[in-house]
Design a binder for this molecule. Structure first.
Ligand code: NDP
Ligand code: 8X3
Length: 254
């Protein structure tokens, strides 16, 4: 079997990083993307012992930067079999009446438009080959709306719609498209949401066993290793302690 190549956005942290590590163990060739160069370098060094690794430093919300970065992919990595659209974050947790326009711009520009910009660059080669697999990382926030989640939830509802739209439009080319929608995963997500307030970020995952990024990486690996006729179209995964965005069984002091 020939080696597959995966491009993972948001590979410098959390779910994307764990997915990169998981794929590397299986010998999948990697194009790892993010904005923090030192983390990309460290990953290339660590995972380079297991598989071929190329890195790209760009902001997914910068249309020109996306196009320039994808055009610079070395020939040996140019055929992309798997695209993991993972880069994204929540910015802020405020009621709609006091929310920040900068936070709203960031979430819509990164989580929605960034995902589209990257996909727009990769889809043509998949169409030309009648092959490929796109995994969109959505969220339970794309399935329901929670208090103060407003625009982040809107961005993930958009990912849900884009996932469905991609699957419909790319069906004629035999391209697999599916979403993995996690609930609470302990990553740097809340540090970003709360703008570096680590104490506040930590409280999000206290009193229960949150998902680990490796749990999601396991699932993404399962998704990409199904036989070709099997497409995991839309998967929701929560910690056992979580029943919905607002119902989490917390045992404080644990
Ligand atoms: P992390 O903050 O740990 O990772 C986010 C990743 O996205 C980083 O690698 C970051 O890299 C990258 N990123 C953020 N903004 C940009 C940008 N403008 N351009 C390029 N890359 C960017 O969070 P998670 O791993 O938790 O989040 C990954 C995905 O999972 C997101 O789409 C998130 O919405 C989703 N998700 C997370 C859940 C959770 O509870 N943690 C639950 C459900 C979904 P860098 O800063 O180097 O650019
Ligand atoms: C991340 C999960 O509940 O913090 O998408 O929005 S949540």
């Amino acid at each position: 079997m020939s080696t597959k190549t995966a491009l993972i956005t948001g590979a410098t942290s959390g779910i994307g990083k764990a997915t990169a590590e998981r794929f590397a163990k299986q010998g999948i060739q990697l194009i790892l993307c993010g904005r923090r160069q030192e983390r990309l370098d460290a990953l290339q060094l660590a995972l380079g012992a297991l598989t071929n690794v190329s890195t790209l430093n760009f902001d997914v919300s910068d249309r020109q930067a996306v196009s320039t970065a994808i055009a610079s992919i070395p020939e040996a990595f140019a055929r992309i079999d798997i695209l993991v659209n993972n880069a994204g974050n929540a910015h802020g947790l405020d009621p709609i009446e006091t929310g920040s326009l900068d936070d709203w711009d960031a979430m819509l520009d990164i989580n929605v438009k960034g995902l589209l910009y990257v996909s727009k660059e990769i889809i043509p080669q998949m169409v030309a080959r009648n092959a490929g697999h796109i995994i969109n990382i959505g969220s339970t926030a794309g399935k329901e709306v929670y208090p103060k989640g407003n625009v982040y939830c809107a961005s993930k509802h958009a990912v849900d719609a884009i996932n469905q739209g991609m699957r419909i439009d790319l069906n004629q080319y035999g391209i697999r498209v599916g979403a993995v929608n996690p609930g609470l995963v302990a990553t740097e997500f809340s540090n970003v949401r709360f703008k570096g307030d680590e104490e506040r970020a930590e409280t999000v995952y206290q009193g229960f066993q949150a998902l680990k990024p490796e749990d999601i990486a396991d699932i993404i690996h399962f998704v990409v290793t199904r036989p070709y006729h099997v497409n995991i179209a839309d998967l929701v995964v929560m910690p056992t302690a979580q029943a919905s965005s607002t119902i989490v069984r917390k045992i404080m002091g644990s």
